[in-house]
Design a protein around this ligand. Structure first.
Ligand code: DC
Length: 229
């Protein structure tokens, strides 16, 4: 069977990373979480007090950033490393990272820097990559593109449940406000805004549970792989 590139884009907290991970595991493909790369850059900028309004400071800072993914033997998932340090936990729970990452990912210099690395990772076929611009910018030639969405109220409730289960103290209204703000920045920025590629398959999971979504996506992928063979 031919190995293909699967590009998964969509709104924040719509379950695309969970879907992408499950698909990669099932197919024996590599999974790349590009959101983690934008979060890693944001963490570096915060730690080093980089003023994001100065392109020359940004370009200089980017030269000092190396990001890679390494398998965690306990969780069997890939952890994100920034300059050799495991930052997986910090980029998920640090609220300053969550608050800044949409602004950092709107910077063209940052996007050029990360897109180049993402494209290099895709030189080997057999990859599932998720983000906001994978089907439109990173791999416009991807054999299969999925655009995942769900009702914002459903996304906010799912995210609240996730944060609460991790012991974070927050409210539905706060979560919904954060999601709405991120959606707005991601879809209206000048460089590579989030949008559905013309040839992407729309997957609205508002009324689907995790398993139903996985089965639906897998059916679409298997048809595509057969057609590519
Ligand atoms: O998927 P995530 O929530 O971890 O992404 C964090 C932020 O990074 C999100 O606000 C949008 C941005 N992002 C992006 O602009 N392009 C990507 N390919 C992936 C993420």
């Amino acid at each position: 069977m031919p190995r293909i590139i699967i590009a998964i884009d969509g709104y924040s907290s719509c379950g695309k990373s969970t879907l992408a991970k499950e698909l990669a595991r099932h197919l024996g493909y590599r999974y790349i979480d590009t959101g983690a790369m934008y979060r890693a850059v944001t963490l570096y900028f915060l730690r080093n007090h980089i003023d994001i309004h100065h392109p020359e400071l940004i370009n200089d800072a980017l030269q000092h950033i190396t990001i890679d993914f390494r398998l965690n033997n306990d969780t069997h998932q890939q952890d994100t490393y920034l300059n050799g340090e495991n930052i997986e936990h910090e980029i998920r729970v640090n609220q300053r990272v969550a608050g800044q990452v949409s602004d950092v990912s709107a910077i063209s210099e940052v996007r050029r820097f990360l897109v180049k690395q993402q494209q290099a990772l895709g030189n080997e076929k057999g990859i599932v990559m998720d983000g906001r611009d994978i089907g439109t910018v990173v791999f416009p030639q991807a054999e299969l593109k999925l655009f995942v969405t769900a009702d914002p109220k459903v996304r906010a409730q799912r995210r609240l449940d996730e944060l609460t289960s991790k012991g974070q103290n927050t409210t539905y209204d706060e979560v919904l406000a954060n999601l709405t703000k991120r959606d707005h920045i991601d879809t209206t920025r000048d460089d590579s805004p989030l949008k559905q590629a013309d040839d992407a398959v729309l997957l609205d999971n508002t009324l689907l549970n995790r398993e139903e979504q996985f089965k639906l996506a897998l059916d679409i992928i298997n048809q595509k792989i057969k057609a590519t063979a």
